[in-house]
Design a binder for this molecule. Structure first.
Ligand SMILES: NC(=O)c1ccc[n+]([C@@H]2O[C@H](COP(=O)([O-])OP(=O)(O)OC[C@H]3O[C@@H](n4cnc5c(N)ncnc54)[C@H](OP(=O)(O)O)[C@@H]3O)[C@@H](O)[C@H]2O)c1
Length: 350
């Protein structure tokens, strides 16, 4: 009896001490300055700097004294020109289409020839595009296009620049999305590209630990009003891509509704890029960058935090609460039902 009593006392003391040490460690790490590095002598490469998060991060890191290699899809475009005007002479615009081996190799050559004394500290894989469509409306090219840029673009860039980042025991940062784990209607191709990206980044993190390179993943929610990510399309654009069979199932009325709904959801996105840019900055400069940065409104964060823990059956059920899912079901089947009824009347009549 005495032995059991002592054992439970030991277990109790050990668990309380572990909890106290954990809380203390958290408090101490919060008190430490989070941004410890100034960029003096270091370089950073960022992809997709023509606009959006990459564009803003490039300016922040330039102000912090980094030599910034700003990869731009259109180096002569308005975005790149504005970036060059607003930055110091330490920021260099590079032509960098992440789907092109040639561009990536040329960018690497330019970076190597212009490295400051402490080398390349970080690569921020930010370039990306988004699109929306139901899987049945999509072609393999729609999927390839997104995956080529969002996934293979990052892999191509990472493989090329890893030796330089490894040499400085630096950082690899990947711009993912909450759609990497939050699955829903219309985001199939985008989710595939971002889930693949996270798989790559997770594996890379494990491999890079022994080299002292830290890998972070940024997961923004809906910030579509803060950047140029949103490329609007009309119901007609979608309709014209469908074949006759698809037109029968997804009637025109539904396509219009889906398009309006998507536009409405995007209009609710945040127009403030700052939390995302701050997270990217933290991932590049903090002594202890996080593995993942989940960003969004308080409500979104609650859902996104909870979602991965839900059993699939409950995760799927979340969507059945949405009015859009219910309308979709009604509209698609209503047409079929009507047809069935007509056939039925026909059958009775003859
Ligand atoms: N905004 C959001 O709500 C949100 C949420 C989650 C994740 N993200 C991710 O955040 C990243 C940055 O997007 P953003 O929101 O800042 O949108 P953005 O303003 O459109 O920035 C994306 C940048 O990538 C460039 N780009 C497109 N294709 C490229 C290619 N093949 N090679 C190199 N660059 C290319 C774009 O150039 P052009 O402008 O010339 O097309 C643009 O400058 C993306 O990976 C996106 O998936 C955004």
């Amino acid at each position: 009896m005495n032995n059991i009593y002592s054992l439970s006392q030991i277990i109790g003391i050990v668990s309380i001490s572990a909890a106290l040490i954990f809380v203390l460690a958290k408090l101490v790490s919060r008190r430490c300055p989070s941004h410890v590095m100034d960029g003096c002598g270091y370089a950073v490469l960022i992809t997709g700097c023509d606009s959006g998060f990459g564009h803003q991060l490039a300016q922040c890191l330039d102000r912090r004294g980094f030599v910034v290699f700003a990869g731009c899809l259109s180096p002569d475009g308005a975005g790149s020109q504005t970036l060059a005007q607003r930055s110091s002479s330490n920021l260099k615009i590079l032509k960098l289409d992440v789907t092109s081996d040639e561009d990536v190799q040329q960018a690497k050559k330019t970076v190597q020839e212009n490295l400051p004394e402490k080398g390349l500290w970080a690569v921020v894989n930010n370039a990306g595009v988004s699109d929306w469509a139901e899987i049945e409306w999509s072609t393999i090219d729609d999927f390839s296009n997104l995956v080529d840029i969002n996934l293979f673009g990052c892999i191509r860039t990472s493989i090329a620049f890893l030796p330089l980042v490894r040499a400085s025991k630096g950082r690899m940062v990947f711009m993912s999305s909450t759609f990497s784990f939050f699955y829903c209607l219309n985001m199939g191709a985008y989710s595939v590209s971002k889930r693949g990206l996270e798989a790559f980044a997770d594996c890379l993190r494990v491999e890079m630990t022994s080299f002292g390179v830290k890998v972070s993943i940024i997961q923004p929610g809906n910030f579509s009003q803060a950047t140029n990510i949103l490329k609007m399309k009309t119901g007609l654009d979608i309709w014209e891509k469908l074949n006759d069979e698809q037109k029968q199932i997804f009637n025109r009325q539904y396509i219009e509704l889906a398009n309006e709904y998507f536009g409405f959801m995007c209009s609710k996105g945040s127009n403030d890029a700052e939390p995302v840019v701050n997270a990217m900055l933290h991932a590049v400069t903090a002594a202890q960058p996080r593995y993942r940065y989940l960003l969004g409104s308080a409500m979104d964060l609650f859902l996104f935090w909870l979602f991965p823990f839900l059993p699939t059956v409950l995760g799927d059920a979340v969507f059945s609460l949405s009015s859009m899912y219910n309308k979709r079901k009604e509209m698609i089947y209503a047409k079929k039902e009507k047809k069935k009824n007509v056939y039925f009347i026909f059958y009775l009549y003859f």
